[in-house]
Design a protein around this ligand. Structure first.
Ligand code: SF4
Length: 434
Protein backbone atom coordinates (compact mmCIF):
# COMPACT_ATOMS: atom_id res chain seq x y z
CA UNK A 1 0.00 0.00 0.00
CA UNK A 2 1.38 3.49 -0.76
CA UNK A 3 1.96 5.71 2.25
CA UNK A 4 1.43 9.46 2.68
CA UNK A 5 3.22 11.29 5.50
CA UNK A 6 1.61 14.56 6.66
CA UNK A 7 4.07 17.16 8.00
CA UNK A 8 2.59 20.43 9.33
CA UNK A 9 4.97 23.21 10.32
CA UNK A 10 3.55 24.29 13.69
CA UNK A 11 4.00 27.05 16.24
CA UNK A 12 4.90 30.72 16.24
CA UNK A 13 8.23 32.16 15.22
CA UNK A 14 10.13 35.30 16.20
CA UNK A 15 13.12 36.54 14.18
CA UNK A 16 14.33 39.38 16.43
CA UNK A 17 16.50 38.30 19.36
CA UNK A 18 15.25 41.02 21.71
CA UNK A 19 11.59 40.15 21.14
CA UNK A 20 12.32 36.43 21.46
CA UNK A 21 14.01 37.03 24.81
CA UNK A 22 11.11 39.20 25.92
CA UNK A 23 8.67 36.46 24.84
CA UNK A 24 10.51 33.90 26.94
CA UNK A 25 10.16 36.07 30.03
CA UNK A 26 6.57 37.24 29.54
CA UNK A 27 4.35 34.54 31.03
CA UNK A 28 1.21 35.39 29.03
CA UNK A 29 3.00 35.16 25.70
CA UNK A 30 4.89 32.01 26.58
CA UNK A 31 1.72 30.12 27.52
CA UNK A 32 -0.08 31.19 24.35
CA UNK A 33 2.84 30.20 22.10
CA UNK A 34 2.99 26.78 23.79
CA UNK A 35 -0.74 26.24 23.27
CA UNK A 36 -0.58 27.20 19.58
CA UNK A 37 2.42 24.95 18.93
CA UNK A 38 0.52 21.92 20.21
CA UNK A 39 -2.69 22.47 18.25
CA UNK A 40 -3.46 19.58 15.89
CA UNK A 41 -3.09 20.73 12.26
CA UNK A 42 -6.69 20.40 11.16
CA UNK A 43 -6.03 20.95 7.43
CA UNK A 44 -3.73 17.95 7.05
CA UNK A 45 -5.71 15.74 9.45
CA UNK A 46 -8.78 16.48 7.32
CA UNK A 47 -6.93 15.47 4.14
CA UNK A 48 -5.91 12.30 5.97
CA UNK A 49 -9.62 11.76 6.66
CA UNK A 50 -10.42 11.73 2.95
CA UNK A 51 -7.42 9.64 1.92
CA UNK A 52 -8.68 6.36 0.38
CA UNK A 53 -8.26 3.13 2.33
CA UNK A 54 -5.84 1.95 -0.33
CA UNK A 55 -3.31 4.33 1.27
CA UNK A 56 -1.78 4.39 4.73
CA UNK A 57 -1.10 7.70 6.51
CA UNK A 58 1.06 9.11 9.30
CA UNK A 59 1.32 12.53 10.96
CA UNK A 60 4.57 14.26 11.97
CA UNK A 61 4.23 17.83 13.32
CA UNK A 62 7.43 19.87 13.02
CA UNK A 63 8.03 22.90 15.22
CA UNK A 64 11.25 23.57 13.32
CA UNK A 65 13.64 22.14 10.75
CA UNK A 66 14.78 18.88 12.29
CA UNK A 67 17.00 16.21 10.73
CA UNK A 68 15.64 13.53 13.09
CA UNK A 69 12.10 14.33 11.93
CA UNK A 70 13.17 13.79 8.34
CA UNK A 71 14.62 10.41 9.36
CA UNK A 72 11.42 9.52 11.24
CA UNK A 73 9.27 10.35 8.22
CA UNK A 74 11.58 8.61 5.81
CA UNK A 75 11.29 5.40 7.82
CA UNK A 76 7.59 5.27 6.95
CA UNK A 77 8.68 4.84 3.29
CA UNK A 78 6.27 7.47 2.00
CA UNK A 79 5.24 7.65 -1.63
CA UNK A 80 4.29 11.24 -0.85
CA UNK A 81 5.08 13.80 1.84
CA UNK A 82 2.40 16.49 2.27
CA UNK A 83 3.66 19.67 3.97
CA UNK A 84 1.63 22.66 5.13
CA UNK A 85 3.17 25.92 6.29
CA UNK A 86 2.44 29.58 6.86
CA UNK A 87 4.61 32.39 5.53
CA UNK A 88 6.91 32.54 8.58
CA UNK A 89 7.67 28.82 8.37
CA UNK A 90 7.75 28.42 4.58
CA UNK A 91 11.56 28.49 4.36
CA UNK A 92 11.70 25.59 6.82
CA UNK A 93 9.06 23.79 4.73
CA UNK A 94 11.24 24.25 1.64
CA UNK A 95 14.26 22.90 3.52
CA UNK A 96 12.34 19.83 4.68
CA UNK A 97 11.02 19.37 1.16
CA UNK A 98 14.56 19.49 -0.27
CA UNK A 99 15.65 16.78 2.15
CA UNK A 100 12.91 14.42 0.89
CA UNK A 101 13.37 15.26 -2.75
CA UNK A 102 17.08 14.52 -2.40
CA UNK A 103 15.94 11.05 -1.35
CA UNK A 104 13.67 10.75 -4.39
CA UNK A 105 10.47 11.13 -2.34
CA UNK A 106 7.73 13.29 -3.86
CA UNK A 107 6.58 16.34 -1.90
CA UNK A 108 3.39 18.37 -2.16
CA UNK A 109 3.14 21.74 -0.37
CA UNK A 110 -0.08 23.55 0.52
CA UNK A 111 -1.36 26.20 2.91
CA UNK A 112 -1.97 29.94 2.77
CA UNK A 113 1.52 30.91 1.64
CA UNK A 114 1.68 28.31 -1.15
CA UNK A 115 -1.79 29.41 -2.24
CA UNK A 116 -0.57 32.95 -2.89
CA UNK A 117 2.99 32.18 -3.97
CA UNK A 118 2.32 29.01 -5.98
CA UNK A 119 5.09 29.59 -8.53
CA UNK A 120 7.63 30.17 -5.76
CA UNK A 121 6.48 27.03 -3.89
CA UNK A 122 6.60 25.01 -7.12
CA UNK A 123 10.34 25.61 -7.26
CA UNK A 124 10.69 23.77 -3.95
CA UNK A 125 8.21 20.90 -4.29
CA UNK A 126 7.00 18.37 -6.83
CA UNK A 127 3.48 19.76 -6.59
CA UNK A 128 1.64 22.67 -4.99
CA UNK A 129 -1.97 22.75 -3.81
CA UNK A 130 -3.63 26.13 -4.25
CA UNK A 131 -6.67 26.89 -2.08
CA UNK A 132 -8.84 24.21 -0.44
CA UNK A 133 -6.84 20.99 -0.29
CA UNK A 134 -9.99 18.86 -0.12
CA UNK A 135 -11.00 19.92 -3.65
CA UNK A 136 -7.96 18.33 -5.28
CA UNK A 137 -6.62 15.77 -2.83
CA UNK A 138 -7.98 12.72 -4.67
CA UNK A 139 -6.43 14.02 -7.92
CA UNK A 140 -3.04 14.42 -6.22
CA UNK A 141 -3.12 10.84 -4.91
CA UNK A 142 -4.36 9.39 -8.20
CA UNK A 143 -1.63 11.25 -10.10
CA UNK A 144 1.14 10.09 -7.82
CA UNK A 145 -0.05 6.51 -8.31
CA UNK A 146 0.14 7.10 -12.06
CA UNK A 147 3.53 8.82 -11.60
CA UNK A 148 2.24 11.90 -13.38
CA UNK A 149 2.10 14.57 -10.69
CA UNK A 150 1.20 18.02 -11.97
CA UNK A 151 3.12 21.11 -10.77
CA UNK A 152 0.08 22.97 -9.48
CA UNK A 153 -3.34 21.75 -8.34
CA UNK A 154 -6.13 24.30 -8.23
CA UNK A 155 -9.70 23.39 -7.30
CA UNK A 156 -12.41 24.44 -9.72
CA UNK A 157 -14.39 26.02 -6.88
CA UNK A 158 -14.59 26.28 -3.10
CA UNK A 159 -14.91 22.97 -1.26
CA UNK A 160 -18.44 22.21 -0.06
CA UNK A 161 -18.18 21.91 3.74
CA UNK A 162 -21.23 19.61 3.72
CA UNK A 163 -18.81 17.03 2.29
CA UNK A 164 -16.17 17.62 4.98
CA UNK A 165 -14.62 14.33 6.10
CA UNK A 166 -13.87 13.54 9.74
CA UNK A 167 -10.29 14.56 10.62
CA UNK A 168 -8.03 11.57 11.45
CA UNK A 169 -7.40 12.42 15.09
CA UNK A 170 -6.26 8.84 15.61
CA UNK A 171 -3.03 9.80 13.78
CA UNK A 172 -2.09 12.00 16.75
CA UNK A 173 -1.06 8.82 18.56
CA UNK A 174 -1.35 7.86 22.21
CA UNK A 175 -1.03 11.32 23.71
CA UNK A 176 -4.23 13.36 23.56
CA UNK A 177 -3.50 16.98 22.64
CA UNK A 178 -4.08 19.70 25.24
CA UNK A 179 -6.51 21.31 22.79
CA UNK A 180 -8.50 19.95 19.89
CA UNK A 181 -9.40 21.84 16.76
CA UNK A 182 -12.76 22.13 15.03
CA UNK A 183 -13.85 24.33 12.16
CA UNK A 184 -17.46 25.53 12.01
CA UNK A 185 -16.93 27.87 9.05
CA UNK A 186 -14.26 28.85 6.55
CA UNK A 187 -13.21 32.38 5.56
CA UNK A 188 -14.74 35.60 6.79
CA UNK A 189 -17.44 37.89 5.40
CA UNK A 190 -15.18 40.91 5.97
CA UNK A 191 -12.05 41.81 4.03
CA UNK A 192 -9.76 43.63 6.47
CA UNK A 193 -6.84 44.94 4.45
CA UNK A 194 -4.17 43.20 6.58
CA UNK A 195 -5.85 39.80 6.80
CA UNK A 196 -5.54 36.83 4.48
CA UNK A 197 -8.52 34.88 5.85
CA UNK A 198 -11.17 36.62 3.81
CA UNK A 199 -9.32 36.53 0.47
CA UNK A 200 -7.30 33.33 0.53
CA UNK A 201 -9.78 30.86 1.96
CA UNK A 202 -12.40 31.41 -0.71
CA UNK A 203 -15.90 32.70 -0.06
CA UNK A 204 -17.25 32.62 3.49
CA UNK A 205 -18.98 29.28 4.13
CA UNK A 206 -20.57 27.66 7.18
CA UNK A 207 -20.25 23.97 7.92
CA UNK A 208 -23.63 22.26 8.27
CA UNK A 209 -24.54 21.48 11.87
CA UNK A 210 -24.67 17.69 11.23
CA UNK A 211 -21.02 17.73 10.19
CA UNK A 212 -20.05 19.77 13.26
CA UNK A 213 -21.95 17.30 15.45
CA UNK A 214 -20.16 14.36 13.84
CA UNK A 215 -16.75 15.95 14.49
CA UNK A 216 -17.65 16.64 18.11
CA UNK A 217 -18.74 13.01 18.55
CA UNK A 218 -15.38 11.97 17.13
CA UNK A 219 -13.50 14.26 19.55
CA UNK A 220 -15.64 12.95 22.43
CA UNK A 221 -14.30 9.47 21.66
CA UNK A 222 -10.97 10.73 22.99
CA UNK A 223 -12.16 13.22 25.61
CA UNK A 224 -15.53 13.72 27.30
CA UNK A 225 -14.68 17.27 28.28
CA UNK A 226 -12.25 18.47 25.63
CA UNK A 227 -10.68 21.89 25.25
CA UNK A 228 -11.38 23.10 21.75
CA UNK A 229 -9.82 25.86 19.70
CA UNK A 230 -12.29 26.66 16.95
CA UNK A 231 -10.36 27.06 13.70
CA UNK A 232 -12.77 29.82 12.67
CA UNK A 233 -11.94 33.38 11.73
CA UNK A 234 -15.22 34.94 12.79
CA UNK A 235 -17.68 32.56 14.44
CA UNK A 236 -21.31 33.86 14.46
CA UNK A 237 -20.63 36.32 11.62
CA UNK A 238 -22.78 34.38 9.18
CA UNK A 239 -26.49 33.74 8.97
CA UNK A 240 -26.64 30.32 10.65
CA UNK A 241 -28.97 29.29 13.45
CA UNK A 242 -26.82 30.43 16.39
CA UNK A 243 -28.97 28.66 18.95
CA UNK A 244 -28.46 25.35 17.20
CA UNK A 245 -24.68 25.85 17.07
CA UNK A 246 -24.45 26.83 20.75
CA UNK A 247 -26.63 23.88 21.77
CA UNK A 248 -24.47 21.50 19.75
CA UNK A 249 -21.26 22.83 21.29
CA UNK A 250 -22.81 22.77 24.77
CA UNK A 251 -24.02 19.17 24.37
CA UNK A 252 -20.48 18.02 23.59
CA UNK A 253 -19.29 19.08 27.05
CA UNK A 254 -16.42 21.00 25.46
CA UNK A 255 -14.87 24.22 26.70
CA UNK A 256 -13.79 26.31 23.79
CA UNK A 257 -11.91 29.37 22.50
CA UNK A 258 -12.83 31.13 19.28
CA UNK A 259 -12.46 34.32 17.24
CA UNK A 260 -15.39 36.66 16.82
CA UNK A 261 -15.95 40.31 16.14
CA UNK A 262 -17.01 42.70 18.87
CA UNK A 263 -20.58 42.96 17.59
CA UNK A 264 -21.59 39.77 19.42
CA UNK A 265 -21.52 41.98 22.53
CA UNK A 266 -24.62 43.67 21.13
CA UNK A 267 -26.41 40.41 20.29
CA UNK A 268 -28.51 39.06 23.15
CA UNK A 269 -29.20 35.89 21.09
CA UNK A 270 -25.49 35.01 21.33
CA UNK A 271 -24.63 36.47 24.72
CA UNK A 272 -27.32 34.71 26.72
CA UNK A 273 -26.08 31.26 25.81
CA UNK A 274 -22.40 31.75 25.01
CA UNK A 275 -20.86 30.82 28.37
CA UNK A 276 -23.39 28.01 28.90
CA UNK A 277 -22.30 26.51 25.59
CA UNK A 278 -18.76 26.11 26.98
CA UNK A 279 -17.20 29.24 25.52
CA UNK A 280 -14.48 30.47 27.88
CA UNK A 281 -12.66 33.00 25.76
CA UNK A 282 -13.11 34.92 22.52
CA UNK A 283 -10.43 36.75 20.54
CA UNK A 284 -11.60 40.11 19.27
CA UNK A 285 -9.60 42.28 16.90
CA UNK A 286 -9.70 45.83 18.20
CA UNK A 287 -6.79 46.36 15.73
CA UNK A 288 -5.35 49.88 15.63
CA UNK A 289 -6.46 52.89 17.66
CA UNK A 290 -4.75 55.17 15.11
CA UNK A 291 -5.44 53.77 11.67
CA UNK A 292 -8.68 52.72 10.02
CA UNK A 293 -7.91 49.74 7.84
CA UNK A 294 -9.87 49.44 4.60
CA UNK A 295 -12.24 46.48 4.32
CA UNK A 296 -13.28 46.20 7.96
CA UNK A 297 -16.91 46.84 7.08
CA UNK A 298 -19.32 46.69 10.00
CA UNK A 299 -16.46 45.56 12.23
CA UNK A 300 -15.18 49.14 12.19
CA UNK A 301 -16.74 50.77 15.23
CA UNK A 302 -16.25 53.59 17.66
CA UNK A 303 -13.76 52.49 20.31
CA UNK A 304 -16.08 53.29 23.22
CA UNK A 305 -18.89 51.26 21.67
CA UNK A 306 -16.49 48.34 21.17
CA UNK A 307 -15.41 48.53 24.80
CA UNK A 308 -19.06 48.49 25.92
CA UNK A 309 -19.61 45.38 23.84
CA UNK A 310 -16.50 43.79 25.35
CA UNK A 311 -17.76 44.57 28.85
CA UNK A 312 -21.09 42.90 27.98
CA UNK A 313 -19.34 39.75 26.74
CA UNK A 314 -17.27 39.52 29.91
CA UNK A 315 -20.34 40.15 32.07
CA UNK A 316 -21.90 37.20 30.29
CA UNK A 317 -19.05 35.05 31.64
CA UNK A 318 -16.70 34.92 28.65
CA UNK A 319 -13.20 36.41 28.74
CA UNK A 320 -12.28 38.71 25.87
CA UNK A 321 -8.76 38.63 24.46
CA UNK A 322 -8.39 42.00 22.76
CA UNK A 323 -6.00 41.94 19.81
CA UNK A 324 -4.08 45.05 18.80
CA UNK A 325 -1.88 45.73 15.78
CA UNK A 326 1.11 48.02 16.21
CA UNK A 327 2.87 49.86 13.39
CA UNK A 328 0.17 51.11 11.02
CA UNK A 329 0.82 54.39 9.23
CA UNK A 330 0.61 57.26 11.69
CA UNK A 331 2.04 55.27 14.61
CA UNK A 332 4.35 57.43 16.74
CA UNK A 333 6.00 57.18 20.13
CA UNK A 334 3.07 59.14 21.52
CA UNK A 335 0.48 56.82 19.96
CA UNK A 336 2.32 53.79 21.35
CA UNK A 337 2.20 55.33 24.83
CA UNK A 338 -1.47 56.05 24.30
CA UNK A 339 -2.05 52.41 23.28
CA UNK A 340 -0.26 51.18 26.41
CA UNK A 341 -2.36 53.40 28.67
CA UNK A 342 -5.53 52.43 26.83
CA UNK A 343 -4.87 48.70 27.29
CA UNK A 344 -3.91 49.05 30.96
CA UNK A 345 -7.10 51.01 31.69
CA UNK A 346 -9.36 48.87 29.51
CA UNK A 347 -11.72 46.18 30.82
CA UNK A 348 -9.89 43.52 28.78
CA UNK A 349 -9.06 40.38 30.76
CA UNK A 350 -6.57 39.19 28.14
CA UNK A 351 -4.54 40.97 25.48
CA UNK A 352 -2.61 40.11 22.34
CA UNK A 353 -0.32 42.61 20.63
CA UNK A 354 1.39 41.99 17.31
CA UNK A 355 3.24 44.03 14.74
CA UNK A 356 1.44 44.88 11.53
CA UNK A 357 2.60 42.23 9.06
CA UNK A 358 1.97 42.49 5.31
CA UNK A 359 1.29 38.85 4.48
CA UNK A 360 1.41 38.08 0.77
CA UNK A 361 -2.04 38.06 -0.78
CA UNK A 362 -3.35 40.92 1.37
CA UNK A 363 -4.16 44.46 0.29
CA UNK A 364 -1.60 45.69 2.81
CA UNK A 365 1.16 43.68 1.11
CA UNK A 366 0.25 45.04 -2.32
CA UNK A 367 0.15 48.64 -1.06
CA UNK A 368 3.52 48.48 0.69
CA UNK A 369 5.15 46.57 -2.15
CA UNK A 370 3.83 49.02 -4.73
CA UNK A 371 5.35 51.90 -2.76
CA UNK A 372 8.71 50.14 -2.33
CA UNK A 373 8.29 49.98 1.45
CA UNK A 374 8.93 46.25 2.02
CA UNK A 375 12.34 45.62 3.62
CA UNK A 376 14.40 43.77 1.03
CA UNK A 377 16.67 42.18 3.63
CA UNK A 378 13.83 40.64 5.65
CA UNK A 379 12.61 37.46 3.97
CA UNK A 380 9.55 35.32 4.71
CA UNK A 381 11.02 34.03 7.98
CA UNK A 382 10.51 37.55 9.38
CA UNK A 383 6.76 37.51 8.63
CA UNK A 384 6.07 36.33 12.15
CA UNK A 385 3.80 39.08 13.55
CA UNK A 386 6.67 40.03 15.87
CA UNK A 387 9.23 41.42 13.39
CA UNK A 388 9.19 44.63 11.36
CA UNK A 389 9.16 43.85 7.63
CA UNK A 390 8.51 47.27 6.05
CA UNK A 391 9.45 50.95 6.37
CA UNK A 392 6.93 52.38 8.84
CA UNK A 393 5.69 55.97 8.68
CA UNK A 394 6.71 58.28 10.33
CA UNK A 395 8.80 56.08 12.67
CA UNK A 396 12.00 54.41 11.54
CA UNK A 397 12.33 50.63 11.65
CA UNK A 398 14.46 50.85 14.80
CA UNK A 399 12.01 53.23 16.50
CA UNK A 400 9.08 50.91 15.75
CA UNK A 401 11.03 47.88 17.00
CA UNK A 402 11.95 49.54 20.28
CA UNK A 403 8.47 51.06 20.66
CA UNK A 404 6.88 47.63 20.16
CA UNK A 405 9.13 46.10 22.80
CA UNK A 406 8.24 48.97 25.16
CA UNK A 407 4.52 48.29 24.75
CA UNK A 408 5.02 44.56 25.30
CA UNK A 409 7.15 45.11 28.39
CA UNK A 410 4.49 47.36 29.98
CA UNK A 411 1.39 45.37 29.03
CA UNK A 412 2.95 42.03 29.96
CA UNK A 413 4.73 43.21 33.12
CA UNK A 414 4.15 40.79 36.00
CA UNK A 415 1.65 42.91 37.98
CA UNK A 416 -0.42 43.45 34.81
CA UNK A 417 -0.38 39.76 33.92
CA UNK A 418 -1.48 38.95 37.47
CA UNK A 419 -4.19 41.60 37.40
CA UNK A 420 -5.67 40.21 34.17
CA UNK A 421 -5.35 36.67 35.46
CA UNK A 422 -7.40 37.63 38.55
CA UNK A 423 -9.93 39.34 36.29
CA UNK A 424 -10.30 36.20 34.18
CA UNK A 425 -10.83 34.03 37.25
CA UNK A 426 -13.41 36.48 38.52
CA UNK A 427 -15.31 36.43 35.20
CA UNK A 428 -15.38 32.64 35.12
CA UNK A 429 -16.21 32.32 38.84
CA UNK A 430 -19.09 34.77 38.65
CA UNK A 431 -20.55 32.86 35.75
CA UNK A 432 -20.19 29.43 37.33
CA UNK A 433 -22.00 30.59 40.49
CA UNK A 434 -24.75 32.54 38.69
S1 SF4 B 1 -12.80 40.24 10.72
FE1 SF4 B 1 -10.95 39.12 11.34
S2 SF4 B 1 -10.94 37.28 10.08
FE2 SF4 B 1 -12.36 38.73 9.12
S3 SF4 B 1 -11.16 39.77 7.56
FE3 SF4 B 1 -11.09 41.00 9.44
S4 SF4 B 1 -9.25 40.33 10.58
FE4 SF4 B 1 -9.71 38.78 8.99
Amino acid sequence: MPHVAFVPLTGLRVGTDEVRELGMTLPGLKTRVGALTELPALGLLTLAGMTPETWTSSYHPAADWDESLVEEVFETEPALVAISALTASIDEAYRISAAFRARKTAVVIGGLHATVCAEEAAQHADAVVVGDGESVWHDVLADIERKSLRRIYRGTGPFDLAQAPLPRFDLLGERAPARWTLQTERGCPFACDFCGASRLLGPFREKPIERIRAELVEINRYSQRPWLELADDNTFAGGRDVDELLTTLGDSGARYFTEVDWRIGERPDVLQRLAESGCVQVLIGVESLEFRYPGMGAKQGQTERMMDAIRAIQEAGVVVNGCFIVGADGETDASLDHLTRFILESPLAEVQITLQTPFPGTGLFERLKHRGRLLADRGWSHYTLFDVTYHPKPLTVEQLESGFRRVLASVFAKPEVERRSALRKDIWRRHSTS
